[in-house]
Each structure stands twice: as C-alpha cells, then as structure tokens.
Design a protein around this ligand. Sequence first.
Ligand code: WTA
Length: 646
Amino acid sequence: MPDDAVIAVKPEIASKAGINAERHRAMTEAAERDPEGFWRGEMRRIAWMKEPTRIKNTSFTGDVSIKWFEDGVLNASVSCLDRHVEAGNGDRVAIIWEGDDPNSDAKVTYREMHRRVCQLANAMRGMGVKKGDRVCIYLPMIVEAAVAMLACARVGAVHSIVFGGFSPDSLASRIQDSECSLLLTADEGRRGGRSVPLKKNADEALKTCPSVKHVIVARNTGGQVAMQDGRDVWWEEACGSQPETCEPERMNAEDPLFILYTSGSTGKPKGVLHTTAGYLVWASYTHELVFDYRPGEVYWCTADVGWVTGHTYIVYGPLANGATSLMFEGVPNYPGIDRFWQVVDKHKVNIFYTAPTAIRSLMREGEAPVKKHSRKSLRVLGSVGEPINPEAWMWYYRVVGDERCPIVDTWWQTETGGILISPLPGAVPQKPGSATLPLPGVKPALVDNDGKVLEGAAEGNLVITDSWPGQMRTVYGDHERFVQTYFSSFKGTYFTGDGARRDADGYYWITGRVDDVINVSGHRMGTAEVESALVAHPKVAEAAVVGMPHDLKGQGIYCYVTLVAGEEPSDALRKELVAWVRKEIGPIASPDAIQWAPGLPKTRSGKIMRRILRKIAANETDALGDTSTLADPAVVEDLVENRVAR
Ligand code: WTA
C-alpha cells in the first residue's frame, strides 16, 4: 500500500458521527482562536463542586509551570460515579468484567460501583489514609483495580499503579520513591491459564518498604498466601461492614490524582504526575471524540490498568462519560487465538481498542479464527502504543472490521495523559500507518536537531508547542528532572522523545523514539534500566542495550555484554542472564538477544556509540557510518562478526 493511500470517511459514518469534518474544522479553529473560551466550554463535561474562573495558566519556559482550571474544586470519583447515579443511570453497567477463564464474567452497575468505591474509601480512611497520601495498587485486571483507583480519588489519595508483570524489585523501588503508606494487591493474578504470585511478590518487595503500614488483599484465585498480622487484611473484611456512602474529599483542580512510573532514556523510571481536573477533562474529551462514543455503547480497551492506556481508557475516560467499559483479565490467545472476537460477540462490543503487537500476532494465524465470529456489533477500531505498520493496519481494517469500521491510530504518551494525535472516525480520512491530525486544541510541530521549526512536509523531532489540559505536571519529587527531560532539548516546547514525518496533507507519521527508550510489544522500557539490571550481575562488567527490529514485538531487546575478567561466555550463562533480567525487572524485559562483547565501541572520551550498536543489532552493518572517532575501531569488527542472528 503506497504512503498516500487514503481511506475516505464514508458518508453514512459521517452523517451519524458526533463530529463530522465541518465540526472538526470549527473546533480546531475555535481552540486556536480562543483557547480559554474553548476549554471553558469543554470543562463542563465533568462535575465541579466549584467551577473555576481561571482556565489556563501555563509556561514552558524557566521553571515550567502548568496549571489548568486552577481555582476549581471537584472530586474525580463524583464525575465517574455519583453524577451518573444521580442522573438516573445507576442501573447502567459501568464495568463488564471478562475473566481469563471464558466461563467467568461479571457485570457491575454504576450504583454497585459507587457502593464498592465508598466502602473501600471508608476503609482506607479508617486506616488513616488522607488527602495527599500515596497508595500503591498492584492488582490484576479485576474489578477491584478500578474500585481501588476511584476509592483513592474519593479520599484524595494519590494512586500509583504498578503493572502486575513487574518484579518485587521494580515494585519496591516504585513504592519507595513515592513513600506509599498502603498497598492494595490480590492473592494471585491469572493470565492465559497461569497464575501470577502477586501477594508473594508484594511480601518480597515490602521487606524494603518501611513506609507501607497496611496491605489490603483481594481474594481472586483463592490461592494460599501468607497474611502478616497487623499489616495485611482481606479486602472483604476491610470493606464488608463499612457504610455504603462516603463523603468525597474536596480537591483542588491541581491536586494530584495519580503517579505512574514510566521509563525514560536515563536513570530509574520517573513518577509521571497527573492532577485532577485537567486530566479528567482530557480523558473525557478524547474518549468521546476519538472513539465517537455514544451513550449505551460497549467499549473495550484491551490494555492493562498498569499502563496509562488502562488508566485513561479503561477507567477515567469511559466512566467519566458514563460508558460501559469492558475489562479483560486474560490474553489474546487463551484458550484459543479467537478469544478477542469471541468476547466481542459475547458482550456485543461496539468500540475495540488494542495494540499493534496484538494485531500482528493474530494476523499470523490467518483470517479463519476471526471470521468464525460475527463481529457485527463493532463500529470503531483503535490502535495504540507503537507505530502500526500499514500491513497490520490493512489486516485490522479488512479482516477484523470488514472494511466497515474506521480505524483510529492514536498517538500519545504516559506524559500526555490522553490521545493527542488521531483521526476522528466521522471526520478525518485515514491513511494506513498515519496517526493523521492533532485533536482540536493540540499544537504539534517538527523541529530539526538544532531546534529550527520545520514547515510543510518534513521529518524531524516531534514537539508540542503549547499546553493541553491533560499534560503531566511534574516528575514526582523531582521537578528539575521534569524540566530537564522535556523542556531543555528545544526551548519553550514540550519534547516528546518521538520522531515524526509530516506529509503534504499535514498528516503525522510517527517514526518511533529518537532517544534511548524502546517499545517492546507496546511496553515502554528504558535501555538504561536493562543495562543496570545486567551490570548488577556479578559476572557482568559492562553492558549496552539497544532496540532491534522485531516482527511481532515491534522492537526486541538486544544486549551487548562484557564479562568480568576470567569469566567465559556459555549458553548456560546466557540463560542465566535472561532469567536474571526477568527477575530484576519483570518478564516483559526478557532480552531477545545477548551478544558477548569483548569490548564496546567508545569514543575517546569514553562514551558508548549506540548508533553503531543499533545498526549492528538491526543487521545494517554496511551502513555503520563514521567509526574514525572510536578509541578502538577494531572492536566494531568483532561485534559485526559475532552478531547474534535471529
Ligand atoms: C509510542 C502509551 C506510534 C511512542 C500510550 C510514544 C506510538 C510511546 C503510538 C509512549 C502510535 C504510542 N503510533 N507510536 N499510535 N502510541 N506510541 O508512555 O513512541 O507507554 O512516545 O504511552 O509509545 O508510550 P507510553
């Protein structure tokens, strides 16, 4: 498919859509002309205890300060629950839970959700949790995860969710960084028929987390776990006898809602901090626009709540909009590779949002498993997390959507809170592989490496030139790192870390990260984290990690390892190192290739030349570029010769 292939918006889709091309244009112009007026209108999509009078107060220079709706007062849980119940929609299903086991599912109404959130919020208050305290959530994809998030919001506690696939060490360092006082977890998680020992991992992590005073444990699989007297309590015991209503804390618009740790190009993961009002407005706005969400529809985002996609598009966005959000505990290929489509038919899903890596792996299995199910409820398909290659896009469009459903390829980041660049189903013609146009109110630009703004069709670094309400406000506990990471590369703009190309129609084509962050199966990882895990092994002297192209995962993890003197490379050691990294970080960080490197290519000042290592990993060894500045060019020859073939 050529780059310029365009799939027009079908007239029957445009005529029913909430936003057509004309409205899209009008909104874009309105947001451009009068941002304050535009957001004063859009902020009414959430419930306020006191409406703000000040709308936007943001600066990308100097100390960088981002405030939206700053004198408003609200509670996010009220927007997501109370107001729907009060509007007479208490019996509407808020969450459809579909278990890993296809025979287990549940439906939770808004009224029921409200009750469960209030009971947990009361239990948390009883344990002394108060406004501003940090609470860690380490739960599988069960309804309790959403209940936990909203209960934190209700009492004004800041949640920090740690993905269930992270190791005890990764969990511990996140708990320590934000000094959480309470941990919410479960006995075990279940994925693809296997159990994940969450409580056991948590116990291991808590050995080094003195800030945690209480642990609330959800009974999920019923597996045997140890409970520590005075610290651990079962969920139903903590909540069972609590009152069914709970006064929501009055929160300022700029009070923190959550922290979510994410990988950067250097150092340890950073605590991305989002605040209450701007984030919630953004979640609601983007969920409605991008998916053309209509009341009564069933919406399914297949992400895990441990990632930002789960925060914004399983919980906050859909629930703020009163949608029915499907939450799936399992994996795409269990018990069969048709699981997604079986679930789509079972629950009559209208909007389906997943990651390219899932699409690519299902594509390999052919059309039959898809075609076996009707899928006629589907109306809009979405993609997120990494660039989607045009072949996968076309397969998704043709086979899954029967050429009937528009595809929204949504570009965004943990830092952006929600989608920034995406087509709208009824308004923007699609091009397979392009995230298309910015949403109304978003101002992207491309700059060259010197920061010069590029006009028209061009390729460069993707920056955003002005603030939007959903933007992260700081790195928890380290504002200087926030300023340095995002606002120092290109003065006065937010630097995304991504590269992009803009075509003659103004469409954006994201080309991937331009820093040392890699994207493995849609999971974001810093190469520095994998390196520090490797060098923590007693037999490793030095390590350099780069991404390599991978058919299914998008990127794989390629590690160059130098052993300490006297140690010999062996297959056993290779396996040991893979297991070591999985233990240190978690199974998602499993190295795909380990190459023994007697030396690494370094400049005379000792800096590792990653450009060369990336080329070798990608098998582009004819295009290594200039190696004359290396301290020892012979190192490269050895690496090329001993490259690990996949
Ligand atoms: C990448 C996930 C191309 C990008 C929401 C970004 C994408 C990183 C897309 C953020 C897309 C996300 N097309 N690339 N539609 N969506 N990315 O923080 O490199 O886990 O910087 O947020 O994923 O990953 P994060």
